[in-house]
Design a protein around this ligand. Sequence first.
Ligand code: COI
Length: 350
Amino acid sequence: MQITIQKTPKSRLSEVDFDNLAFGRSFADHMLVAEYADGEWKSAKIQPYGPLSYQPAMMSIHYGQAIFEGMKAYRSKKGEVLVFRPEENMKRFNKSAVRMCMPEVPEELFLGGLKQLIELDNAWVPEKEGCSLYIRPFMFATDEYVGVSPSTTYKFIIFNCPVGSYYSKPLRVRVETEYIRAAKGGVGFAKNAGNYGGSLYPTVQANKAGYDQIIWTDAATHQYVEEAGTMNLMFIINGALVTAPTGDTILDGVTRKSVIRIAQDWGVEVQERLLSVKELVEGISSGAVTEAFGAGTAAVIAPIQTIGFEGKDYELPARKDSDFSAKVFNEISQIRLGEIADTRGWIYKI
Ligand code: COI
């Protein structure tokens, strides 16, 4: 696929404070924009990052045909740019597309476009420890039509943000037992915009009560732990890694599957199974649950300090360097930075 390139007349690189990067507030100079119409992807172009104009009747803003992904590129000590498992994100993006009646994006556009875009904005990949270039591919319906049906035209865009940490300290999370994120047969496994819109109200309620995030429970009974919305949830219980099985209601996280694979390679028992909130809080009280953490592209490995349930806070033990979550974080960080051998074929070199 031919991708035309229109370079920015003036880079904004010097305006960014790379020593104090927040998450998702700075945007690299260029973006990739492609159009889908007449049953095919066309007019792929790399152009300056900036506003696009659309009609008020554009379908995606009315009926939510909008999906996205999140990936990260890292700068190795040798100066190379390494992207972590982008093929997995491409596969998940296309699964989300199918569920939302949207066209799939071919590899030459998703990965080929990403490669050319990052080559052009190479200088935007941060060097500082703990920082990376967050990559945001997304697609939305663009027909100008008010009827409810799949759009016939779409835009696929990739833009990039140099970022620091998403969470800067161990988290306080609250078990949500009133609202739901996803139900069987729904769209919980897809990375569609509406899943995130729907999570805002209960999350804001939890924030007001002093928690950073919520733990979603299953829609039918509110008894079982699902995910946190910005990340999958993982626990160490009696030495085993325990996480909810993926399915209709849980995002098939790339960091989640990477942690599972590393645990298996290290000989740590992995249990992908239902975990009841009762087992979780009783396990924290008895000492069986020794670690709780989130796993996601933005969050990476985010330790959980406190779990709130029915008005009571359950405190996890203080974090130690010998914890599984600390060790797996180091392993993933070293792979992402090219500091240890990529024995599992996870790195895509730009
Ligand atoms: C990611 O981890 O990349 C996500 O898409 C989560 C988002 C809430 C930042």
